[in-house]
Design a protein around this ligand. Structure first.
Ligand code: S6P
Length: 602
């Protein structure tokens, strides 16, 4: 916890670990006591809260309940996984590593697989990593929550990626140990041990894995985990599931869940690469040291709290006046911009135009499985040229633009982009990563700096350059900054109540359950009544028909795809007893949900 000037007592930092803290919820769904007032906080306090929340990732293990990122068992399992990867790298024709997940977990699978393949190419090794994301490549850039519930789809996509392979290390990522899509894939691996070795990455202890029946399946996520635990004893399966503490916005696993996924997998893969290319043995200490380098990344990033606060304020102001935030990035940092932007819709019910990312080189740089997706619609236009053609002409000084780049990107190009944007708006900011002592880059940087209202300069020590981890650190750092910007901006816009997103989309089973629980918590009404109100809001009726009440959750969540403000509506109905029309009109008059319900909540 070194370096934090915002001191919480240990008891507050570890309160979530106590057995009687929200005992019915898995860690990934608990609300974080540190952020219970985030909805009323200033931009600066929001950033500080996020810093402390992120620091919980690296808390030491205390007691037997929770394994942590740096726990012995986690490090040991990472070493074993690294050894399996090493074997695969030596036999790229017949074997491969597949990472798979839904939503953010799938996006991280993509990011890590492309970064790790590039690293292998630089070592003159063949590429061995591939990714699967539920809903296909369109889910890299847009919210596709429904496929998460489909285990068969998971299996089909896994079979397709692994065609012809004799040995597959399958890494299923589900932060909440809950996605049926991933459970289906793990179950398939367990049935075909001659080819597949399953690895599960998530952030709940095994007993908290979801035990809800999955449609047309004999297994639950929980039962799959139990089978894996048994096989883990003989290293035929691996579980990497440290707890990282509840998310700053309850259930928003894109934040710590995503960061921890990146840390764990990159540590394992880097160790395997070093073992293959330079015969560096995979050691406990090596893995541990690498993890601790990520801990330092948090410190380096959050030492810039004032700079991050400026960005949060600017983005919050733009969203508050219904304008937009644009991330213009270079290289893999741009990818983090695309990912962060794509998550605003499922997380905050945002419109795709609210926060958008653009990448230099567009789909050429992205290099995704399905190639260009531009034909799918305007939200899939992601190149800088698209920004210049589609966005720049209408840009105003109420929009916020962030340039995201490093000292190795083409400074002339960054400067040109800065000038084009500056002609339309002074509300231009830079997130710039430089290496310590890089004075040549600093001179060019000065010109760009003059064009920007603020520059968040993150300086990396030479040791990061030497150890070859710089790219990973810059990526994590950018992820933290952008997560803070988009989360903070939406908090300032009034999208959050306490530390809950009220206006969540109810487009899969996990979100349906979360919505019902939230309604129970906020209205203090019994579960049955809350579900009834939720259904009324989904189907937009005052009287539910038998057909509606007897349908399954999949039907409800399919229908909910086309309904807006479902949970706020249900909440107003529960709190006031009003009709649907009355509740709708109230929300129209006061679109800030927190304000709309405030009078009944205090
Ligand atoms: C979370 C994000 C979601 C999740 C997805 C998968 O912030 O909006 O899209 O990534 O639901 O969750 P999990 O627990 O299987 O990784």
């Amino acid at each position: 916890m070194a370096g934090l000037d915002w001191t919480y007592g240990v008891s507050t930092l570890r309160q979530w670990e106590s057995a009687d803290y929200e005992p019915s919820l898995p860690v990934s769904e608990k609300s974080n006591p540190l952020t219970c007032d985030i909805d009323r906080a200033s931009a600066y306090s929001i950033v500080k809260m996020l810093q402390v929340c992120d620091s919980q990732m690296f808390q030491k293990e205390a007691g037997m309940t929770y394994q942590r990122l740096l726990s012995d068992q986690v490090v040991k399992t990472l070493m074993e996984v690294a050894k399996r990867v090493e074997v695969i790298i030596k036999d790229p024709q017949e074997s491969c590593v597949v990472m798979s997940g839904c939503g953010t977990s799938g996006r991280l699978a993509f990011l890590i697989s492309s970064g790790s393949n590039k690293a292998l190419s630089q070592l003159n090794q063949s590429e061995v990593y591939s990714y699967i994301i539920a809903g296909g490549d369109r889910a890299l850039l847009s919210s596709q929550e429904a496929p998460e519930d489909d285990p068969r789809l998971g299996v089909l996509s896994l079979k397709k990626v692994c065609e012809g392979k004799k040995r597959v290390l399958f890494i299923g990522i589900s932060c909440g140990l809950s996605a049926p899509f991933v459970a289906g894939q793990l179950d398939f691996c367990l049935q075909h041990p001659e080819v597949y070795t399953p690895v599960l990455v998530g952030f709940n202890p095994a007993h908290q894995a979801r035990d809800e029946p999955i449609q047309d399946c004999t297994f639950t996520f929980h039962s799959v985990v139990q089978r894996m635990q048994e096989l883990a004893k003989s290293q035929k399966a691996f579980l990497i599931n440290p707890a990282v503490g509840p998310e700053a916005i309850s259930g928003s696993s894109r934040m710590k869940g995503g960061s921890a996924t990146k840390i764990l997998l990159e540590v394992a893969f880097s160790a395997a690469h070093a073992a293959t290319s330079s015969n560096t043995p995979i050691t406990h200490n090596g893995v541990l040291q690498h993890m601790m380098a990520y801990e330092r990344t948090l410190a380096v990033t959050y030492s810039q709290t004032d700079g991050i606060t400026t960005l949060v304020e600017a983005a919050g102001e733009s969203l508050r006046c219904s304008r937009h935030v644009y991330y213009l990035g270079w290289g893999s940092l741009a990818l983090l911009g695309l990912i962060d932007a794509s998550e605003c819709r499922p997380t905050f019910g945002a419109d795709y135009e609210d926060v958008r990312g653009f990448i230099r080189g567009g789909y050429r740089e992205l290099n995704n499985n399905d190639g260009p997706l531009t034909s799918l619609g305007p939200k899939f236009s992601i190149a800088h040229e698209d920004f210049l053609h589609l966005i720049l002409p209408c840009l105003t000084d109420k929009d916020t633009v962030l340039l995201i780049y490093t000292h190795s990107d083409d400074a002339t190009e960054v400067g040109n982009m800065a000038r084009r944007v500056r002609e339309k708006t002074p509300n231009l900011h830079a997130v710039y990563h430089q290496a310590d002592g890089d004075t040549a880059a600093s001179l060019q940087q000065d010109d760009i700096k003059k064009l920007c209202l603020s520059t968040l300069k993150i300086t990396w020590p030479q040791e990061a350059l030497v150890s070859g981890t710089l790219q990973h650190m810059r990526e994590l750092s950018t992820k933290l900054v952008l997560n803070a910007v988009s989360t903070g901006a939406h908090v300032l816009k009034g999208k959050i109540y306490q530390n809950h997103m009220i206006d969540l989309q109810v487009t899969n089973t996990k979100l349906y359950r979360r919505a019902t629980r939230l309604l129970q918590k906020l209205s203090a009404c019994p579960e049955e009544k809350c579900e009834e109100a939720l259904l009324k809001a989904i189907y937009r009726v005052d009287m539910l028909t038998l057909e509606m009440t007897s349908s399954d959750i999949t039907t409800h969540t399919c229908f909910a795809r086309n309904s807006t403000k479902v949970v706020p509506l249900a909440l107003v109905i529960l709190l006031t007893g009003w009709s649907l029309v009355e509740a709708e009109s109230h929300l129209k008059q006061q679109p800030i949900v927190r304000e709309a319900v405030a009078q009944w909540m205090w």
